[in-house]
Design a protein around this ligand. Structure first.
Ligand SMILES: Cc1cc2nc3c(=O)[nH]c(=O)nc-3n(C[C@H](O)[C@H](O)[C@H](O)COP(=O)(O)OP(=O)(O)OC[C@H]3O[C@@H](n4cnc5c(N)ncnc54)[C@H](O)[C@@H]3O)c2cc1C
Length: 352
């Protein structure tokens, strides 16, 4: 069975790898750019929308662990004082109710953990099982693993349409010609609706632009991901600081950037500097992308439209890439091991 994966961001890469490992004949087609190149890269289940979404995210963390040694993957944990003490207590109780590991930190414990911080909130939460990955590096590594497992890549081609005959997918039409396939997996982020809507598959998307400031390397100020009320912060292995353009970026519901990109970068830099006395940052990159967020804010994972068509489109796609790769590969090769986990994300929920 020949499968085409459209999209080589973190989701397409993970799906291509798992499909190739499952023995499928895989061709992944994609171009550069996309949300993966702008991502903060945090892998977590402390942010979630409901019990199903928590479970998917927690399974997502486990699935990343099953991938083993991925370049840029770091289980450094996260520390949050995003809410006031009452809000943090409620968050801790809810997460612990789901069996998630949470530690309560007083001001001294936080100061011990991150001595460079200028603030000492009375309470913070630590999530020791969380981590992060360098998303573009990880996507490249997973594509390389996919190639090693027998997949082929077609880079620089744009898919113009998914082709069908008599209710079955028969391939894709690219800028450079047709490709035959028995199954097509659309993991094209914000490019997905244009590919599936002509086939009668409704895929409404929210407009959720996001930006990521990346600084030049500085001496280490934090070993853990920080979730302050003013900003989320991560320092990568080379010493660069990453901070999103918006506060609480995972739940950011703005339909437009509230500042031009350079000023957003300056604001993010200022928010980081305010937390670390004496720190002076020079930002080297501001990356902007629309988050691929389906109309109800939840992932889309599953079959829709003509036989052989599958979709994988979501925000928090870094957290969810590894589990989605496993689930889609299983689904495409005829399994149902992940049916209960992904059934809340059935694309058909948007059908008119
Ligand atoms: C500022 C920001 C911060 C974020 N932080 C986090 C975070 O901390 N944790 C987390 O889990 N998630 C985070 N996300 C979300 C996460 O980055 C995305 O959900 C994820 O990258 C989506 O990956 P993807 O592969 O589906 O899409 P993309 O990375 O957008 O990739 C889609 C690919 O499809 C290709 N494509 C599109 N149309 C076509 C076509 N017609 N033909 C061929 N190729 C096509 C594109 O070229 C691209 O390569 C963040 C996003 C943003 C913007």
């Amino acid at each position: 069975m020949k499968t085409v994966v459209v999209g080589t961001g973190i989701l397409g890469a993970s799906i291509a790898f798992r499909l190739a490992r499952a023995g499928a004949d895989v061709l992944a087609i994609g171009g550069a750019g996309g949300a993966t190149d702008c991502s903060f890269g945090w892998i977590n289940a402390s942010f979630f929308l409901d019990a199903d979404h928590f479970r998917l995210r927690a399974e997502g963390m486990e699935a990343w662990r099953r991938l083993g040694d991925v370049p840029g993957l770091d289980w450094q944990g996260a520390v949050s004082w995003e809410h006031d003490a009452g809000g943090l207590e409620a968050q801790a109780a809810e997460l612990q109710g789901y069996g998630y590991r949470v530690e309560r930190l007083g001001a001294n414990a936080l100061r011990d953990r991150v001595p460079a911080l200028s603030v000492a909130p009375e309470m913070a939460l630590a999530f020791p099982d969380e981590g992060s990955v360098e998303p573009s590096q990880a996507a490249a590594a997973l594509l390389s693993r996919a190639e090693d497992a027998g997949a082929r890549l077609m880079i620089g081609a744009r898919v113009e349409a998914v082709t069908e005959r008599a209710g079955r997918v028969i391939g894709v039409r690219t800028t450079w010609g047709d490709v035959a396939a028995d199954a097509v997996i659309v993991a094209a982020g914000c490019g997905a609706p244009a590919l599936v809507e002509p086939l009668g598959v409704a895929l409404p998307m929210l407009t959720r632009p996001g930006a990521m400031m990346v600084s030049r390397p500085v001496p280490r100020v934090t070993d853990t991901i920080l979730v302050a009320p003013s900003r989320e912060i991560r320092q990568d292995a080379t010493g660069r600081i990453l901070a999103p353009g918006a506060v609480s970026h995972q739940g950011d519901a703005a339909e437009a950037l509230d500042l031009p990109p350079e000023r957003m970068a300056d604001r993010a830099k200022g928010a980081v500097e305010a937390l670390f006395p004496g720190l002076s940052l020079d930002w080297q990159r501001i990356a902007i992308a629309n988050r691929p967020m389906p109309g109800d804010g939840r992932p889309v994972i599953g079959r829709a439209g003509p036989e052989g068509l599958h979709l994988a489109v979501m925000h928090s796609g870094v957290t969810l890439a590894a589990i989605t790769g496993e689930a889609v590969a299983d689904m495409v090769t005829g399994g149902d091991r992940f049916a209960a986990l992904v059934s809340p994300y059935d694309p058909l929920r948007f059908a008119p």
